[in-house]
Design a protein around this ligand. Structure first.
Ligand code: AMP
Ligand code: GLY
Length: 418
């Protein structure tokens, strides 16, 4: 089976590893790919989406898997273009991917289908936003477009809200677009992933990610500094409630609205005192949750994705381990405001009891690995219980070093107290 995965980060490294470990014979490609992914999946060097489609047709690709989101909504949309040329795509059509690309579209979808979420108001300019905030803090401000995980600010006071409003609506840091002022929800967060195939779905192992750069959830938001995954993260009763109030109504809503969906759908949830509420949809797997979840997935992921992208859900092809998986991110100096490249990474060869997925690395002229991006590496370890996975992940991570490396020390510990 010839599979092309779109993306280049740690999530794609984990996805490709899982596809490669599938029992079915695979020939893997990655666009744009990376030096670390290259031994598993050859990098495809083309310029732009249309050339990628032509390349896939020329190379008789059987399945295209969307790792990252941007191509889903670019030009005519990755899945739409794949459909035109008859290549099955694991990732939704452009119109459905608005669930991630537009916070306002997603909010209207949730309201239309009675899916629990925080109240919100869409705003076109800073005055409308100030009026919508109405002096109530904390408040949550969300840029209405793709912003690589940086478009959301939880503001405790007027000063921080004004800063963010200025960046987004005056300086236009993320480009043109509206902003959503949202009710601040309180509670532990959980990420739920479903493989969606038309009106059917399969829920994968739940995960929790740690978005802030610093310990104790302090400092700015990042793409994610670590994650834990386990079926035990959410008890059966709560998972049944999430399925009934959020997952099923979403999948039914997509069908009702005529929004074609075959691919992963990510539900970012807040477990509030009033029950689970959705804070965001993403039309792909989470990063770094994918790195934590994939080692727990057993079976034939490649055949599962191919069948589901052709409209046939085959849940029996997969099973999920009961244990825990912990993913720790090593980020480069300056992240998340900037990132430093060119720091040589040492110790990778000493890691023997964890998986290492590369996010921002490259091979230098001396054949060493060096940093090449904000999030650099993900170290993932498993265990029967949470703390054994945490301890193993941290002891393996300690073997790796590079100048300026940043990490959190409380992944898998914080949010599990008591
Ligand atoms: P998002 O990019 O939508 O996942 O938002 C990033 C982070 O902002 C989430 O993981 C939450 O920690 C926080 N967040 C988003 N929406 C809300 C909300 N309505 N209330 C409180 N925190 C939120
Ligand atoms: N870990 C959060 C995300 O993938 O959006």
């Amino acid at each position: 089976m010839k599979i092309l995965v779109v993306g280049k980060g740690g999530r794609e490294h984990a996805l490709i590893t899982a596809l490669e470990e599938s029992p079915v014979a695979t020939e893997l490609y990655c666009f744009p790919g990376s030096d670390a992914i290259q031994p598993l999946a050859q990098s495809v060097e083309v310029d732009g989406l249309q050339s990628l489609i032509e390349w896939m047709v020329g190379h008789q690709i059987d399945l295209c898997v969307a790792g990252e989101e941007s191509y889903l909504v670019k030009d005519e949309g990755l899945a739409n273009l794949c459909e035109k040329v008859g290549i099955p795509c694991w990732g939704p059509h452009k119109q459905s991917a608005q669930l991630e690309a537009s916070k306002e579209f997603a909010k209207e979808f949730m309201l239309r289908h009675d899916i629990p979420t925080g109240a919100a108001t869409g705003c076109a300019n800073i005055n409308e936003a100030r009026a919508a905030i109405g002096g109530v803090y904390p408040t949550v401000l969300k840029f209405d477009g793709l912003a690589a995980g940086k478009g959301v600010a939880v503001c405790e006071n007027e000063a921080s809200a004004e800063d963010f409003l200025n960046e987004v609506l005056v300086e236009r840091k993320f480009g043109a677009g509206r902003l959503l002022v949202e009710e601040c929800l309180v509670g532990p967060e959980v990420s739920i992933f479903a493989a969606v195939c038309d009106e059917e779905y399969l829920i994968f192992t739940p995960a929790r990610d740690y978005k802030r750069i610093g310990d104790n959830d302090e400092g700015p938001n990042t793409g994610g500094m670590g994650a834990v995954a386990s079926r035990q993260l959410v008890d059966a009763e709560t998972l049944a409630l999430i399925e009934k109030t959020i997952v099923k109504p979403t999948v039914d809503g997509l069908v009702k609205d005529g929004l074609p969906y075959r691919g992963y759908l990510y539900f970012g949830l807040m477990m509030t005192a009033a029950g689970p509420k959705i804070i965001e949809y993403n039309c792909r797997f989470g990063d770094p949750e994918c790195q934590a979840v994939m080692p727990l997935v057993q079976g034939d992921l490649a055949s599962f994705c191919l069948a589901a992208s052709k409209g046939e859900m085959k849940p029996d092809l997969l099973s999920f381990d009961e244990g825990w998986s912990v993913c720790l991110i090593l980020a480069s100096a300056g992240y998340p405001a900037s990132s430093r490249s060119g720091d040589v990474i040492s110790g990778l060869q000493d890691v023997d009891d964890a998986r290492v997925y590369h996010a921002g690395t490259k091979r230098n002229a001396d054949d060493q690995w060096e940093t090449n991006g904000g999030r650099v590496l993900a170290v993932v370890a498993g265990g029967e219980d949470r703390m054994s996975a945490v301890d193993l992940a941290y002891s393996e991570l300690a073997k790796i070093s590079f100048a300026g490396a940043q990490q959190r020390t409380d992944i898998g510990r914080m949010h599990f107290e008591g």
